[in-house]
Ligand binder design. Structure first.
Ligand code: ADP
Ligand code: MG
Length: 271
């Protein structure tokens, strides 16, 4: 089914006990858009992402993803929706002792039956596909290397390749570069952008770095205390517009490294 919007959230409220993690939150994301979710720690970014693949149920409001009402989807319908949604995390969750190729292949398990011992247990078409996904993330030459021997940035790219094996229509990335250095972060963001452009994949990505949000994403959505407080094209924003959303993080980083200066807007290349 083709839908104009990959994500449609209307009036989403989520309470954890007395605490409102999301409050009357609405957002529509057209197919093929790369969206940055920004906001201080605790603002509700992960809670939003977890609603999109049905890990949380709304207290109130509607969540529609890829044409499915996630709030009411159960059983086979929910499993089928989840197969179309790739999820990557700050921690890569790879099997360290397995090769990169085996890790990527495991992304196809949702559509294959039975356990698949080693690479040889997968149909040849899947093995070819897994290699193609490793190629897409620039790591085809690491296919037979143990995952835990790769750098953090490379492991995150393997995790993205594994998610791509699901043949997803939507990719959710929860702080995918939070534990990476700036150079490897850029490589991971390049891969997410390439997925968006080459596969017309919709990507929602929570980010703690101003320069990543402005430099790589088309649209920036800001949360504060569970509410939507910013929704703008990245090309219309400057670094100073986002400072509030990152004040806690920047302050913490500057305390740790007093020589640190915020990224100047001029250094940000709009894409
Ligand atoms: N499972 C949960 N149970 C109780 N409170 C939660 C749960 N998940 C998140 N919260 C609370 O909801 C708020 C938003 O959290 P979260 O979505 O993780 O924020 P972010 O990802 O922006 O840091 C926080 O106050 C957090 O403590
Ligand atoms: Mg979070």
């Amino acid at each position: 089914m083709s839908v104009a919007h990959a994500v449609r959230v209307q009036g989403l409220t989520k309470h954890f006990g007395d605490h409102a993690a999301l409050q009357d939150f609405s957002l529509e994301v057209p197919v093929g858009q790369l969206v940055a979710l920004v906001g201080e720690s605790g603002s509700g970014k992960s809670t939003l992402l977890r609603h999109l693949n049905g890990l949380h149920r709304p207290t109130a409001g509607a969540v529609e993803v890829l044409g499915t009402d996630v709030g009411s989807a159960k059983g086979a319908a929910l499993r089928s929706l989840r197969r179309r949604i790739g999820f990557v995390f700050q921690q890569f969750h790879l099997v360290g002792r397995s090769t990169c190729l085996e890790n990527v292949l495991s992304g196809s398990l949702g559509r294959l039956k039975g356990p698949r011992p080693g690479v040889i247990g997968y149909p040849i078409a899947e093995r070819r596909d897994a290699l193609a996904q490793l190629e897409r993330v620039g790591l085809a030459d690491r296919a037979f290397q143990r995952a835990d021997t790769l750098s953090g940035g490379q492991q995150q790219r393997v995790a993205i390749a594994r998610a791509l094996m699901q043949r997803p229509n939507l990719m959710l990335a929860d702080e995918p570069v939070a534990s990476l250095d700036p150079e490897t972060s850029k490589q991971v963001m390049d891969v997410l952008l390439r997925c968006c452009l080459e596969l017309n994949l919709t990507v929602l990505c929570s980010l703690h770095q101003v320069e990543m949000a402005l430099g790589w994403c088309q649209r920036v959505v800001g949360l504060r205390d569970g509410r939507l407080v910013l929704d703008a094209a990245a090309s219309d924003l400057r670094e100073s517009d986002l400072r509030d959303f990152y004040s806690d993080t920047e302050t913490r980083k500057r305390k740790a490294d007093p020589t640190r200066t915020p990224v100047p807007a001029a250094a940000i290349t709009a894409r």
